[in-house]
Design a protein around this ligand. Structure first.
Ligand code: FEO
Ligand code: CA
Ligand code: CA
Ligand code: CA
Length: 684
């Protein structure tokens, strides 16, 4: 039994999904590091005392505290918002007029920029695909149309290997579906009782899409009848399993006794593009698709409870046997991996790379290390889960794409332990080392990878405040970690605060900066700092921490996806979920966040999504002149708090009909393309 399973009838489907992502299934009662935070506070007090800035009581030890202190010491404690905006313009590398916090039925972008919808859920993608017909959906139509809930966006220039910023392939993840606003009545899909057709439509709306796009006369459009156009779905796409766990008994099913072939990919959240232009799709909330009820003594029971299985979210198990863990108890072990896709080879078979471990992978951004090996960072997005890193055994071959084909099948997966002194240890998940032995239930490396979470916790990895996107910055050599929120520290015997996760009721999240030792991403150690603590800096109750130059619109809550542009500047996208009113009172969006110099820790608001949506996928073209963003699940999250609407959206009665605003047309997750009206670089 899953004690965390919510009652599907008592909450909205959007709330159900949010709750699932939020639940902690890490049973660890690892030390709270209370003594450790005391040490850190001592360091803070020292800084505060030395600078004589006791008024800065909410700031922890960091460069931001020093900046604020220096400003105050110099008598420059200006808090007027105009002055702060002026400061931000002078001290950051971002030059745009920021937009205001707010919430309404449509999107907004900074003045001087144009944001156009490029591709919507249901738009025809493959040759012969029918036009979108919300009242006449079918699995076949959806399999040829753009999928639901666009999340990660990758851009691969064409021709391959070029830096062309006006012609390329967009690789877009489709993370999940919102049946409550997808299907007209009569439909019971929204309460987890889909018909077979509704189940298959939703599976076809998951996965990913590859679009060929081109910029002509300044405007982007999708190339129709492209040979690259492709849909990858959870319904029908065959995917190989490779690496140390491939073929293992725990991955074998009745339909696939070899344990090497699986139909579909699920929960494709963020991801990455490798240096050889393949696409990594991260399988995040794979648990939401499996129902049933294993016996307590079933060998997979503990593994599944740790992942949140079973879940009644979609009710797929009612109509499709492989999603019933009683009928097929190992199918769920075939999800939760990173999937590598070659968009330049449209008939290639995607591959789940098991060497990178099985957990709720948020993303998979990579960097070529100084020694030529590939390093991939990946967060496990759930309360009290961990931050991971993979280092390939072999070097990337920059001159021969094919030589990198199986690079991701061998390497070392490690997990992060954050220390009180601002250092971090990467703990290798290698069978036979330390506690990862048969006595602890790990008979092989396959077991370690399949139950990466349990292995990581055994090694003493730090339970984090929901690690989302992790982005290496190739310009400054650092790594940015989005920690979205966690309001349960110290509750019900769960771990308390620690130095890297310093707020107990952290409904706002924070951003960490990792500094690899000697610039070596493969080193056993790194150092870290908190870049910002999100939330309203003008509300002492938040203990938020920003550069004082941040305006009343420049702060945000719940960092989720992020992007580093070609000049090394950080952009953060947010996902507050149903708690948006409590966390910030503004809709989600994209903020510029300075990481360098006197402006370090200054945020500026650039783009805002319509009500109920989440901001995903920020991706720049190589020339920084185009920014693609993914508006996910418009009209769903937290619409009970949308003034004037104040109810749960349905297909017939959504909080917004963005982006079409036509009667009868439901809200549609869409990719939006942003360009500067003068043709220049975004944010400059
Ligand atoms: Fe799919 Fe953790 O966002
Ligand atoms: Ca997200
Ligand atoms: Ca990213
Ligand atoms: Ca999120």
């Amino acid at each position: 039994m899953n004690p965390d399973r919510p009652d599907n009838a008592s909450i909205s489907p959007a709330e159900f999904y949010e709750a699932q992502e939020d639940i902690s299934t890490n049973p660890s009662t690892a030390p709270t590091l209370g003594d450790v935070i005391q040490q850190r506070f001592s360091r803070r007090d020292l800084l505060r005392g030395a600078l004589g800035v006791s008024a800065l009581g909410v700031l922890a030890a960091s460069p931001l505290a020093a900046l604020a202190a220096a400003a105050e010491a110099a008598g420059n404690s200006e808090t007027d918002s105009d002055a702060r905006i002026k400061d931000a313009t002078e001290t950051t590398r971002f030059a745009f007029t920021e937009i205001a916090h707010g919430v309404d039925k449509t999107h907004h972008v900074a003045p001087g920029y144009t944001a156009e919808v490029l591709m919507r859920w249901g738009d025809p993608l493959l040759p012969g695909a029918p036009a979108f017909d919300p009242g006449g959906q079918s699995p076949a139509a959806q399999s040829a149309q753009f999928g639901y809930n666009n999340d990660f966006i990758g851009y691969i220039p064409l021709p391959p290997g070029s830096k062309n910023a006006e012609h390329g392939l967009l690789c877009v993840n489709h993370e999940y579906t919102n049946p409550e606003v997808m299907f007209p009545v009569p439909s019971s899909a929204a309460v987890g009782e889909p018909s077979l057709a509704e189940a298959e439509i939703q599976l076809a709306a998951h996965g990913g899409s590859i679009l060929e796009i081109r910029r002509k006369d300044g405007r982007w459009h999708v190339v129709r009848e492209s040979p690259y156009a492709r849909r990858i779905t959870a319904l029908a796409t065959e995917i190989l399993l490779s690496g140390p766990a491939a073929g293992h008994q725990r991955l074998q099913t009745q339909a696939d006794p070899t344990g090497t072939r699986v139909i579909g990919t699920l929960g494709n959240c963020a991801g990455g593009i490798t240096p050889w232009d393949t696409w990594l799709m991260a399988e995040e909330n794979f648990h939401a698709y499996f129902g049933g009820d294993l016996d307590d003594d079933h060998p997979e029971q503990a593994n599944y409870i740790r992942c949140g299985i079973p879940s009644s979210r979609y009710g797929l198990n009612r109509v499709i046997e492989r999603f019933d863990i009683n009928a097929e108890p190992r199918e769920a072990n075939r999800f939760g991996w990173l999937v590598e896709v070659d968009p330049l080879e449209p008939v290639s078979t995607p591959i789940k790379r098991t060497a990178l471990g099985r957990f709720k992978h948020e993303g998979a951004e990579s960097v070529i290390n100084g020694d030529g090996r590939l390093v991939i960072y990946s967060g496990d997005d759930q309360r009290f889960e961990h931050l991971y890193r993979f280092v390939s055994n072999d070097k990337v071959n920059p001159n021969d794409r094919a030589a990198n084909r199986n690079l991701l099948d061998s390497g070392i997966l490690s997990v992060a332990r954050f220390n009180d002194d601002g250092s971090l240890d990467w703990l290798p998940l290698v069978h036979g080392q330390g506690l990862l032995t048969a006595e602890n239930g790990f008979a092989s490396q396959a077991d370690v990878l399949i139950e990466a979470r349990r292995a990581a916790t055994l090694l003493g990895a730090t339970p984090m405040d929901r690690p989302e996107d992790v982005e290496p910055n190739p310009v400054n050599g650092r790594v940015y970690v989005m920690l979205t929120n966690n309001s349960k520290r110290g509750n019900d015997g769960r771990p308390g605060t620690d130095t890297a996760n310093p707020r107990a009721n952290n409904i706002w999240g924070h951003v960490l900066e990792l500094v690899p030792k000697d610039g070596d991403h493969a080193a056993d150690q790194a150092n870290w700092e908190i870049l910002i603590r999100a939330g309203n800096p003008n509300d002492p109750g938040t203990a938020a921490e920003w550069n004082p130059a941040t305006s009343e619109n420049g702060w945000f809550a719940c960092p989720d996806n992020c992007a580093v542009d070609a000049s090394g500047r950080l952009w953060v996208a947010t996902d507050q979920g149903k708690n948006w009113q409590q966390a910030s009172g503004t809709a989600d969006g994209v903020w510029a966040l300075e990481t360098e110099g006197a402006g370090r820790g200054t945020g500026r608001m650039f783009f805002r999504v319509p009500v109920g949506a989440e901001m995903c996928g920020p991706r720049f073209t190589p020339d920084d002149r185009t920014l693609f963003v993914a508006v996910q699940h418009p009209a769903t999250d937290g619409t009970k708090d949308f003034p004037g609407f104040e109810r749960v959206s349905t297909f017939e009665d959504p909080a917004t009909r963005w982006p079409d605003f036509k009667a009868g047309m439901p809200p549609r997750p869409s990719v939006v393309v942003i360009t500067k009206d003068d043709g220049g670089e975004i944010g400059s």
